[in-house]
Design a protein around this ligand. Structure first.
Ligand code: SIN
Length: 348
């Protein structure tokens, strides 16, 4: 891990020694991407530009914070693996307990940012703000969005108002709660939304405005797993087969998240397969493929009541992360849907 102390700046108000100390943990993504063609925002190599170069491209950072940076990884986030989450959690824990660190920024690929965000949200106590940021355009692009996103993320991480809000995500001048945010577009710079509740606030130049706080910010702090159970996602759609569910159960999957229709509705053919999975000791959680809203908890008399767990308002990818962490901590939860439901209700 390269460690970088930022160089001397242009215009700043406070002497550098009085600026808050912010740590940037870089993991790759398009924000660290490069292309031979500045006019292209689609053809580029992600995760190639070192964090030193990304910081040097934003001289305005020098007026905001004393930056220290670590190149924790250099990956395209589609290839995210659990070992990176473990390393990232350890670095967040290390830096967030240093007495003079005001906040932590993590640069990440956009593709799986929402999964890392909820992983950290569920596992980190966050005594200081932890802010993820990213970019939709590579660093070499005309009108690259990464530099302003990085500056805004540092502004938020250094801001006292950001404390106690859990893990945050800053892109396109908006501040989102980690548990709510999702990538909702393949290519535009305003690709990130909080579909159920909207963003927490915004950044405009020096103004960091947080209009609301997530009340679920710190209800569930779960340990980072030593062993990761196999938890997969399947979807409900017209005439689904049961072959995938049966194969996953036979392969030893411990949990299944269903990207169900509407308000958690599962095709009757899939219900039969999933009930067999539950009888075999697999935890089954219903989320919604709609992308927004809350999945209701059905009465016990309902065909899925009391057997399948509702993901509340977590989308399938976030619900999978919570299920992973929950089953890693307590494998017995697979046989106790009521206790698992309580965990989802608390976290969601
Ligand atoms: C990635 O997720 O690492 C590549 C895509 C992106 O950051 O937009």
């Amino acid at each position: 891990m390269a460690r970088v102390q930022s160089a001397d700046p242009g215009s700043r108000v406070l002497p550098m020694s009085q600026l808050p100390r912010v740590v940037v943990l870089a993991t790759g993504g398009t924000i660290a991407g490069a292309s031979a063609n500045p006019a292209s925002s689609a053809r580029y190599q992600a995760a190639t530009v070192p964090v030193t170069t990304l910081l040097a491209a934003v001289p305005a950072l020098q007026a905001v914070a004393r930056i220290e940076a670590e190149q924790v990884a250099q990956v395209d986030s589609k290839d995210l693996v659990y070992s990176l989450w473990s390393v990232l959690a350890a670095r967040v824990q290390h830096w967030s307990t240093q007495p003079d660190v005001a906040g932590i920024v993590i640069t990440h690929g956009t593709d799986t940012l929402e999964e890392t965000a909820i992983f950290l949200h569920l596992t980190q106590a966050c005594p200081v703000p932890v802010v993820l940021t990213a970019a939709m355009r590579p660093s070499t692009s005309l009108s690259a969005d990464g530099p302003l996103n990085l500056l805004d993320a540092v502004r938020v991480a250094a801001h006292p108002e950001a404390r106690g809000k859990g893990v945050l995500v800053v892109l396109n001048q908006q501040i989102h709660a980690a548990r709510d945010v999702a990538k909702a577009h393949t290519s535009v710079v305003d690709a990130f939304v909080s579909p159920s509740y909207g963003p927490l606030g915004f950044v405009q130049d020096e103004l960091v405005h947080i209009a609301r706080a997530p009340v679920q910010a710190r209800k569930a702090v779960l340990p980072v797993p030593q062993q990761w159970p196999d938890v997969e996602i399947i979807a409900s759609y017209a005439q689904p087969g049961r072959v995938a569910v049966d194969a996953m159960v036979a392969a030893g999957v411990r949990g299944l998240v269903v990207a169900a229709a509407g308000n958690g509705s599962v095709h009757e053919a899939l219900i039969a397969a999933l009930k067999d999975a539950a009888s075999a000791g697999v935890a089954v959680v219903r989320s919604s493929r709609t992308g927004a809203g809350h999945v209701a908890i059905p009465p016990v008399a309902d065909p899925v009541g009391g057997v399948f767990v509702s993901a509340a308002d977590l989308n399938p990818y976030k619900a999978r992360v919570l299920l992973l962490l929950a089953l890693a901590q307590d494998p017995g939860l697979a046989l106790a849907p009521d206790r698992l439901q309580a965990l989802f209700a608390a976290a969601g």
